[in-house]
Design a protein around this ligand. Structure first.
Ligand SMILES: Cc1cc2nc3c(=O)[nH]c(=O)nc-3n(C[C@H](O)[C@H](O)[C@H](O)COP(=O)(O)OP(=O)(O)OC[C@H]3O[C@@H](n4cnc5c(N)ncnc54)[C@H](O)[C@@H]3O)c2cc1C
Length: 293
């Protein structure tokens, strides 16, 4: 009896170890940050616009760069995939150069560092093509449409330079689809996060994966929605075995409020997210009431 009990305990311990290993394999960890959280925007802008930095700015830039690479190194060391958010176009080149340098350094056996591409910019599809052609390391991209459209258009008009934004929504959608297709068809080298609340873009990603014969659980392809938004997309994708990461914004109130305000603006139209989700909830409530009666 005692011998059987001991055997049972050993088996249980072995099972727990196996389960833990399985959990480690099946769980992917992500983190995300904005470079403007660690480097002053003015410095990023000067670098993007190729304006010489003053000695004190240069000093701050070096400190910022060190912080950036420390974060990347910690992510790589802990196998946490790191998304670098895309920001305003007048800062983005500096962010791109940092992201490219980090990818070259850390994406040696798989993509751990991801840059973000805003497909509302008419130059980003070409940027993606150039990156595929001119690099030999693993690439990671979060593909989004872009959150600063009005600000971008307003600044371009006020300052009299060419608007960096696509002429219309259809052009943004077309480039979004093309970027996702390009990445999925190069899945042996590129890992992506399809960051969208758009149902068609999510379905399109699924269709492309099927077409390329990729498994739903392919660890190089993730879908992502913000916490509390488009849960019906996240849950359905996850239910069908696709990888989904919920984006959880956090930070000091002063930094998070503008972020949440942008989300509220995006979602306030009836044609937008809020109207759609309200419609879905009302429909479900009606269904449940009917089921009860
Ligand atoms: C997981 C995740 C991560 C994100 N990370 C970032 C990030 O790092 N940087 C960032 O900027 N944003 C980011 N966003 C926000 C994102 O860029 C979009 O603002 C938001 O997701 C809405 O686009 P959509 O694809 O979900 O839906 P849709 O409703 O299909 O698209 C709306 C978007 O289309 C574009 N658009 C609308 N009208 C026009 C027009 N007339 N002409 C041209 N384009 C137009 C705009 O980009 C607008 O936001 C992220 C979103 C998610 C879900």
């Amino acid at each position: 009896m005692l011998k059987r009990l001991r055997l049972l305990i050993i088996l249980q311990k072995k099972l727990l170890i196996q389960l833990k290993r399985l959990q480690e394999i099946l769980t992917y960890h992500f983190s995300v940050f904005k470079v403007t959280g660690i480097v002053e925007s003015d410095i990023l802008q000067k670098i993007t616009e190729k304006i010489e930095l003053s000695p004190s700015e240069n000093n701050n830039w070096e400190k910022g760069r060190n912080r950036f690479f420390e974060i990347c190194e910690a992510a790589a060391h802990n196998k946490v995939r790191l998304f670098i958010d895309a920001e305003e176009s007048w800062l983005q080149e500096a962010i791109d150069r940092l992201a490219e340098e980090a990818m070259q350094k850390f994406n040696t056996s798989s993509a751990i560092i991801y840059n973000t591409l805003q497909m509302y910019r008419h130059d980003r599809l070409q940027y993606l093509k150039d990156q595929i052609e001119t690099t030999d390391y693993f690439l990671g991209f979060k593909i989004v449409r872009g959150a600063y459209m009005e600000k971008e258009r307003r600044r371009a008009q006020q300052m009299g330079y060419t608007d960096p934004i696509q002429p219309d929504k259809q052009a943004t959608d077309d480039d979004y689809d093309q970027a996702v297709a390009l990445c999925i068809s190069n899945a042996e080298r590129i890992a992506i996060c399809i960051g969208t609340h758009n149902e068609n873009s999510s379905l399109n990603g699924v269709a492309l994966m099927n077409k390329m014969g990729l498994e739903a659980k392919d660890e190089k392809i993730f879908f992502s929605q913000l916490l509390g938004m488009s849960d019906h997309i996240s849950f359905n994708l996850s239910h069908h075995g696709f990888n989904v990461a919920k984006y959880v914004p956090y930070g000091p109130v002063s930094a998070v409020i503008p972020y949440l305000t942008r989300r509220a603006q995006e979602n306030s139209g009836m044609a937008g997210q809020m109207g759609r989700e309200l419609g879905l909830i009302t429909k479900e409530l009606k269904r449940r009431r009917q089921e009860k009666s």
